[in-house]
Design a protein around this ligand. Structure first.
Ligand code: SF4
Length: 351
């Protein structure tokens, strides 16, 4: 019988997923999940959300929203490294079924793709959106309406993709949407190239942080992410802060994520991403039960064809090596899809 990779992963997930979706054993955790309200609702009740919006908007005047710290006045139409205007530019908004299982659930993750990017990796798979800024210029009110629409059609969260350069718009829109009935968790789906001062403004607003950890080495970050040699240090500090704010991933009784941290790490060819260093760092710095997704889907895109070290996909061996390190360093909450993929590759290697 021929078993395809898709069948194998599907079957593994039915088994693994049922384990994953089983009720959380700790009574206290379950109670916490049942009584859950989005973080920003509490902040609004305390009268602090409006202040945060004001504080965030004032940063546009001398833009320091990300580590590029361009200092441009976006309120006056100036543009910095990210080329983003002061209003939100949005490429798309829809339920997405390709995200991590706790985000997708039955009805999908309510994904909003923002145009432009403050990191701009040369291998970006979304380069027309992130590098070329394809999208539609909207108002914060429109963004709020999108959030409400995603909630209406049953999405389990609002998944903000590449949010850093539009953070003030996001929190303003969240406040508008809250008044219109928004009650979904906010997922801050970021490259990890963040400033601590800015993340502190988000404390009590974001429910789920989903940062990438792209590289552990300054030279790789410099070369492949538009001169961002400070990426590894800043992303590590950002993840520690995110963990302080939201802690480990918490799901409700359906297995849907309601708060916590998910770290994504894309395995790259020729060990460019520094995977061993990454998993060791997680194991030594954060709880070993931190949700980590070691991703195998790197493919050559955009300008990556011009860089010999990353001008090919990863091998099975490279992915298995990455998963092996995660196991060796004792990480206990790896994404079920990456575990299923490892099982699939191991199964066929043995045949
Ligand atoms: S958000 Fe854009 S303009 Fe602001 S500091 Fe970052 S790159 Fe520069």
């Amino acid at each position: 019988m021929n078993i395809t990779r898709r069948d194998f992963i599907k079957n593994s997930l039915i088994f693994g997923g049922s384990l994953f979706l089983s009720p959380i054993s700790l009574h206290a955790e379950q109670k916490k999940a049942e009584q859950w309200h989005p973080a920003y609702e509490k902040l609004e009740e305390e009268g602090k959300l409006a202040q945060r919006v004001e504080q965030a908007y004032s940063i546009f005047e001398d833009c320091q929203l990300c580590p590029r710290q361009c200092g441009v006045n976006r309120l006056k139409g100036e543009r910095g490294f990210c080329r983003a205007p002061v209003r939100p530019m949005i490429f798309s908004s829809q339920p997405h079924f390709g995200e991590e299982i706790p985000l997708v659930g039955k009805n999908g993750s309510g994904t909003i793709f923002f145009s432009n990017c403050n990191l701009r990796c040369i291998f970006c798979q979304n380069w027309p959106i992130s590098h070329e800024g394809k999208g539609k210029l909207l108002q914060d009110e429109d963004l709020a309406n999108m959030m409400i629409h995603l909630q209406k059609i049953g999405c389990h969260n609002i998944n903000l993709v590449t949010p850093t350069h539009v953070m003030p718009n996001i929190i303003n829109a969240t406040r508008i949407a809250l008044k219109k009935g928004l009650r979904l968790p906010l997922v801050y789906n970021t490259s990890g190239y963040e400033r601590l001062e800015i993340l502190k403004i988000l404390d009590g607003i974001v429910d789920i942080y989903m940062p990438d950890m792209k590289y552990m080495d300054a030279n790789q970050a410099d070369k492949y992410s538009s001169g961002a040699s400070d990426y590894p240090e800043l992303a590590k500090n950002a993840i520690i802060e995110m963990n302080r704010q939201v802690g480990e991933l918490l799901t409700d009784k359906r297995g849907i994520a309601i708060s916590g941290l998910i770290i994504r790490h894309l395995v790259m060819p020729n060990r460019v991403a520094g995977t061993e260093k990454f998993v060791r760092w997680v194991a030594e710095t954060l709880p070993k039960s931190t949700y980590v997704n070691i991703m195998a889907q790197y493919h050559v895109d955009y300008k990556a064809f011009d860089y010999p070290k990353i001008a090919r996909g990863i091998t099975v061996q490279e992915f298995l090596e990455a998963m092996g390190w995660a196991e060796e360093y004792g990480l206990t909450n790896l994404d079920p899809q990456s575990l299923a993929l490892r099982k699939f590759y191991t199964f066929f290697k043995r045949r």
